[in-house]
Design a protein around this ligand. Structure first.
Ligand code: IMP
Length: 456
């Protein structure tokens, strides 16, 4: 039995909290894509943990795995692990030998490429963690894998070919003198070899053949949870390209990125995580946008009315909508149903978790983008190109708002205790997506979740 957790929107749907709620009964929690771009906040026994790479299940004493689909910055990994140990936890995290390594030159290139694009307002607004350049090297068959860190000869050969190429790109393509970089050693073969070997030695005891490890655990009856990072609309294939991350957060990624068969993932539950409204940290269209963040909407800018800046500010402050990794204020929008219909189809959700219903409390009315108008025609799902998406106008539907409520009491009393108007809103979403609601987040703490269905 497996459970796969997938963000249905643009990331930041509160997946960490849901992994925390259902992860209690799991034995193993596997991340299958992304790297230290994934900010998740886990609240455990009153303490808040902010992680960007370590699977959130590791906070709760589960075996955490970074699957082959991940890109791993070993420096972040060891910093996060020692941070958890200092707070009295004993995290057990294994890393796939097939996962790719984020090297210092990837991080440098992420910054250089974004800066060059920003000169024509084309930047993606990446987290600057080197994610894109590392996946580029993976697809270009010149990446360094975790297993290579343990094989000195392979590592040296690879670096001797790759590092001079990166140096030439930095100097000749982008015209940036290497000595001007924050870390000029990123383009020095010997320095990169020493860096990689040092981390290789530290990692040696915790690497695994992840697909085999997971299969063995399953054959012993262990419960496996796949923890997606980011969200469907920033998936490299199904998202709003090019304003995407470079991996597959969608449910298919759970199979490919962990070495588990799609049949196994498909026989399990695929839980779609939805935030009761919508936020985004980077560039790109957002047809239901309430009000942008100045200077943070390059590319397409605001499509929403923008006149509702006050509501956007209310939601941003109530929901603490600032990036976990970067601290950037998030753009805020009403729920976007064409986006969610696309997401439900791509992932095959078997259940929904709808979060942050408490954040909307206190508004007179709550709206959703029910459909779009594109070139004079009504459309119910997201178009395939980002240029078309940027021309979509949202057709809004209005719901009566609900007053603030006692989250802990509602969580304890169950689904029926959720205010009537909020339930009408939730049920609309469930019916439109033809998917049952498994749980509802009514506050940031683990105990502030109304669990209507046990996924296991
Ligand atoms: P990258 O993943 O750093 O390359 O960034 C690519 C795009 O994905 C940017 O728009 C980022 O803001 C966005 N992104 C990456 N990780 C997350 C996340 O965990 N939550 C929300 N957005 C993210």
């Amino acid at each position: 039995m497996t459970v796969t957790i997938v963000g249905a929107q643009l990331g930041d749907e509160g997946k960490g909290g849901i992994v925390d709620v259902y992860g209690d009964a799991a034995d193993i929690v596997v991340r299958y894509q992304g790297g230290d771009n994934a900010g998740h906040t886990v609240v455990h026994e009153g303490d808040e943990y902010k992680l960007s790479l370590v699977p959130s299940g590791a906070v709760r004493g589960k075996v955490g795995i970074l699957g082959n689909g991940c890109v791993v910055n070993p420096e972040t990994l060891f910093n996060e692990l020692s941070g958890l140990r200092e707070r009295g936890l004993d995290p057990d995290v294994r890393v796939a030998r097939r996962a790719h390594v984020i090297m210092p030159y990837h991080r440098a290139l992420d910054g250089i490429e974004e800066k060059a694009k920003s000169e024509s307002d084309d930047e993606i607004g990446t987290t600057g963690r080197g994610i894109g350049p590392t996946y580029e090297d993976k697809a270009g068959r010149r990446g360094i894998r975790v297993g290579d860190l343990l094989a000195p000869d392979v590592l040296r050969d690879r670096l001797e070919r790759v590092v001079p190429e990166k140096r030439a790109i930095v100097e000749d393509v982008f015209g940036v003198p290497v000595e001007d970089l924050d870390n000029p050693d990123a383009l020095d073969v010997d320095a990169m070899y020493d860096h990689a070997r040092t981390y290789g030695e530290r990692l040696a005891g915790q690497t695994v053949n992840a697909g085999q490890f997971i299969a063995d655990a399953r054959s012993e009856g262990k419960r496996v949870m796949f923890e997606g990072a980011q969200g469907t609309i920033i998936d490299i294939d199904h998202g709003n390209y090019p304003f995407v991350t470079s991996s597959n957060p969608t449910a298919g990624g759970a199979a490919v990125g962990s070495g588990t068969s799609p049949g196994v993932v498909g026989q399990g539950e695929v839980l779609g995580i939805i935030k009761g409204y919508l936020t985004r940290v980077g560039s790109g269209p957002m047809p239901t946008e309430l009000g942008g963040v100045e200077g943070d909407t390059p590319g397409y800018g605001e499509q929403g009315s923008g006149e509702n800046e006050e509501i956007a500010t209310y939601i941003r402050e109530e929901g603490g909508e600032y990036g976990t990794v970067t601290g950037r204020p998030r753009r805020v929008a009403w729920l976007d149903m064409p986006m969610l219909r696309h997401s439900a189809r791509v992932n095959g959700f078997t259940g929904l978790a709808i979060n942050h219903i408490d954040v909307l409390a206190g508004l007179d009315e709550v709206k959703v983008g029910h459909s779009y108008t594109l070139d004079g025609e009504e459309t119910m799902t997201m178009p395939a190109t980002t240029e078309e998406w940027s021309r979509c106008e949202a057709n809004l539907r209005s719901f009566d708002g609900w007053a603030a409520f006692d989250s802990a009491a509602v969580a304890e009393d169950g689904y029926e205790a959720i205010p009537d108007n909020a339930r009408a809103y939730l049920e609309y979403v469930s019916e439109e997506l033809d998917t049952p609601i498994y749980c509802v987040g009514v506050g940031p703490g683990r105990e502030e979740t109304v669990v209507a269905e046990d996924v296991w």
